[in-house]
Design a binder for this molecule. Structure first.
Ligand code: ATP
Ligand code: MG
Length: 430
């Protein structure tokens, strides 16, 4: 029976068998130290002359890293070992001998080299840790949704109409007809709530982002939720609770991993609802005071968001964006029709937008008017308009970028490392 390395690192002492990849090795004073990884962790294994034959030690010493081993021995606590435990090896079997010339060496490699070798680079300790945090964020979100009676609901990836605007649509030849890759699950979700109530999804969204930034992918994972009988105030509360839950869960379950990534878990544990709120008007005022050339009505860009987000140590909402900066389905503020009941959640420390959200239009006439105002064709949206004819209710929803969240939680400088195989304008391989 094989045991996972994580169980050993969590304190299992005694006879063990593991199997995994040879991550690293070094010899010292006649002993051979191996670092072996199995997907659950990295553990040090020691080969000593008085325990195992000289021939075997010599044979293992000749192996290249990334060879695959089966190791039998005794695990025990050892303060000197990375992770606090090591295995004294009694027997070892070589399952695969890796070839010479593993491209990734213990030296600096540039980002483009690492992207070319992404299939191998994801084995690095750093990518292992980031991908674990990513998985934990998604796991925590699912837990929160389940505990709060949200049902998972799926929408198609091929769509006929734009959700977030035409400029970033990817078109696909669909048997001679042009269709698009989805930018958001939202429009279908608004149909879903009349069947299932509170719903969510975690699925890829596609944006033909032509500008190169450190925070835009062309394919990203989008966590979206749609909530019936929920106004703007209710929406912001849901976002705060979900985010706080995710951050606390990651900080508790992956405390040491976060530290190794350079993120103090206390930064995340400190974050509690309610989050600060500023209006879009206020945001423009702050930016102007900082000498930024920006006018009321301009959308916030990643550069201006960064300026704002450097002023905060917790996530904060920017609310009530002008009508013209937001997609057609946003409900206008009844008190001030030139702005919408919309809110972006910005991550602190300069990270910027991680959530876009708002209350949706629930009146059929208002919706048709807004579709026309945006030069869209109401017949393209007939089914979406129908939702306001039969069973219209106040409802709201949001979309969170998984990679943006990973980037902030792991303190990454660039979005590329928040996903195993990133897609950019000039990168679709491997
Ligand atoms: P931005 O202004 O930052 O480009 P957006 O306002 O176009 O984003 P929304 O349509 O509000 O984005 O999408 C909801 C969320 O999806 C965003 O808050 C962000 O976290 C994420 N997101 C949007 N576009 C991308 C992208 N190209 N790459 C990664 N994440 C994205
Ligand atoms: Mg947005």
């Amino acid at each position: 029976m094989f045991i996972s390395i994580s169980k050993i690192l969590n304190g299992y002492e005694g006879k063990v068998s593991i199997r995994g990849w040879l991550h690293n090795k070094r010899s010292l004073g006649g002993m051979l130290f191996l670092i072996v990884r199995d997907g659950t962790g990295f553990v040090q294994c020691v080969l000593k002359r008085d325990v195992i034959s000289e021939n075997i030690i010599r044979e293992v010493d000749k192996l290249n890293i990334e060879s695959v081993l089966e190791i039998h021995g005794v695990s025990r606590a050892d303060k000197r070992a990375p992770g606090g435990y090591e295995i004294l090896v009694e027997n070892i079997k070589i399952l695969h001998r890796a070839e010479d010339g593993f491209p990734i060496a213990k030296k600096y490699h540039g980002p483009s080299f690492l992207l070319d070798n992404r299939h191998l680079w994801i084995r690095s300790r750093r990518m292992f840790m980031i991908l674990k945090v990513r998985a934990k964020i998604i796991e925590a979100a699912r837990d929160w949704f389940r505990d709060n009676e949200f049902i998972e609901f799926h929408a198609p990836t091929f769509t006929s109409t734009a959700c977030e605007g035409g400029a970033t649509l990817f078109s696909v030849n669909y048997f001679g007809k042009t269709v698009y890759l989805t930018q958001s699950w939202q429009l279908y979700a608004e149909a879903g709530i009349a069947s299932l109530g509170k719903i969510y999804t975690i699925a890829p969204s596609f944006r033909a982002e032509k500008s190169r930034t450190r925070r835009h992918l062309t394919e990203y994972w989008h966590l979206e939720a749609e909530v019936p009988f929920c106004d703007f105030e209710c929406l912001l509360k849901i976002e705060e609770q979900l985010i706080a839950y995710i951050l606390h869960k990651v900080a508790e379950d992956l405390h040491d991993t976060l530290k190794l990534l350079g993120r103090n878990p206390e930064d995340l544990l400190r974050i509690k609802p309610p989050f600060p709120r500023i209006t879009y008007d206020k945001a423009i005022e702050i930016l102007k005071e900082d000498g930024v050339q920006i006018n009321w009505g301009d959308d916030l860009t990643w550069i201006t968001e960064k300026k704002l987000a450097l002023k905060f140590a917790t996530p904060f909402f920017v609310t009530h964006f002008p009508r013209r900066t937001k997609a057609f389905y946003h409900k206008t503020d009844p008190i001030r029709p030139e702005v919408t009941l919309s809110a972006d959640l910005l991550a602190p420390e300069g990270y910027g937008e991680i959530i876009g959200s708002g209350q949706r239009i629930d009146d059929v006439n208002e919706l048709v008017q807004r579709i026309n105002e945006n030069n869209l064709n109401p017949t393209d949206y007939y089914w979406y308009i129908d939702l306001r004819r039969w069973g219209a209710i106040p409802h709201s929803g949001f979309g969170l970028g998984i990679e943006r969240t990973v980037m902030w939680v792991c303190k990454l400088k660039h979005i590329r490392d928040s996903i195993a195989f990133p897609r950019f304008i000039n990168r679709v391989y491997p």
